[in-house]
Design a protein around this ligand. Sequence first.
Ligand code: FAD
Length: 396
Amino acid sequence: MPAHILVAGGGIGGLATALALSSSRGRHRVDVFEQAAVFGEIGAGVQLGPNATRRLQQLDLSPGLAAIAAKPEALVVHSAGSGAVLARLPLGDAMQQCYGAPYFCVHRADLHALLLDAVRARGTGTLVTGARLELVETSDDLVCVSSADARAWEGEALVGADGLWSLVRQQMDTPSAAEPPRVTGHTAWRALARQSDLPAALRRQQVDVWLGPQLHAVAYPVRGGEWLNVVVIAESAPAGDARDWDQTSSIAALQQATGRSGIALQALLEAMPGWRAWTLSDRAPVASAADMAHERVALVGDAAHPMVPYLAQGAGMAIEDAVALADALADAGAADVPHAFARYAQARWQRNAQVQARARRNGEVFHATGAVRLARDLAMRTLGARLLDQPWLYGG
Ligand SMILES: Cc1cc2nc3c(=O)[nH]c(=O)nc-3n(C[C@H](O)[C@H](O)[C@H](O)COP(=O)(O)OP(=O)(O)OC[C@H]3O[C@@H](n4cnc5c(N)ncnc54)[C@H](O)[C@@H]3O)c2cc1C
């Protein structure tokens, strides 16, 4: 008997989970509950390493993904001050050959829409919007969730895909359930523009990263290369409410926090319209399998392991979780859910912890000052692609 599974949260992690579960041998019934009035995503980019695109291919999304993605030629790291190139990693065909899957950059809304269409096409459950879940109750056989407006739903399992401030996590019987996320004191400013609206010298089809003292910036193409996504992250006090992913900002607010950059980066930042700000929070790396699942409740994505975006893998790990969860439940019926969730958590917690820890360490390296910065730049110049490539991550 397939299980009836409730998924809290319809972001990238929740929809990937619903798709993977309904595509797997289990053919489970999966209902998704999203607090927003309509399913959607904010206007920003996401880089997807081969580890993530390989899983999306497994979910039969290859043609749709190729249609929305940009395939950057290379990752190029520069000094933010001088603009000098410190290191270069070929992406494009090199990633495909090395890891058997591409390195893509996508617009979050495009990826989200691709997942949503695929979940709808499977038609193996309902998609409920305007459902802000507030209460989780469990028994030996069932899980019941209820919403702020006093509606309730029952299933045989619950997957918390409700992001950084996860309500499901708070109500789980796990070691770290009560701890709030850590507000990092780092802020991300981001902007998107049509490449054709930018001066020709600023258009690009590669991932550019600039490293400066206590800040870094990233620019990459999305939407088949027609749009450019730019993010600047600085060690600077939150611009506003830490829970607001989408604060209105400006180039003036950005420059006030970071100062002016070198000429090349400065020109790009000044050409970009519509800056938004995003306060960054994370959690300490997952400490055990018990942090990811208990009995009939499991967590995926940011609900389980929110991380700073310095390895560009938060969504990637959510997608990996989704496929692993479906694998664990593939031959499981309702009665086997607790064992299947335990297997899932055991399979995932160490990789997620490693990625969270590495993301934090990258922040220290990217934002280094003084002697550490000089040593970093020397290592980048000497080792180049060998330092930038991540076989443990992309090959996993
Ligand atoms: C600046 C920045 C850049 C990034 N760049 C990358 C990148 O290049 N590559 C990458 O892989 N990752 C990147 N990430 C990380 C990535 O954005 C996240 O890890 C990913 O979006 C997590 O997805 P999720 O579905 O787990 O959570 P979310 O996207 O937070 O989705 C959670 C969903 O649950 C809903 N929800 C919340 N509470 C409730 C409730 N009580 N009831 C019902 N619904 C609820 C929310 O409305 C939302 O739709 C970046 C992050 C930042 C901040």
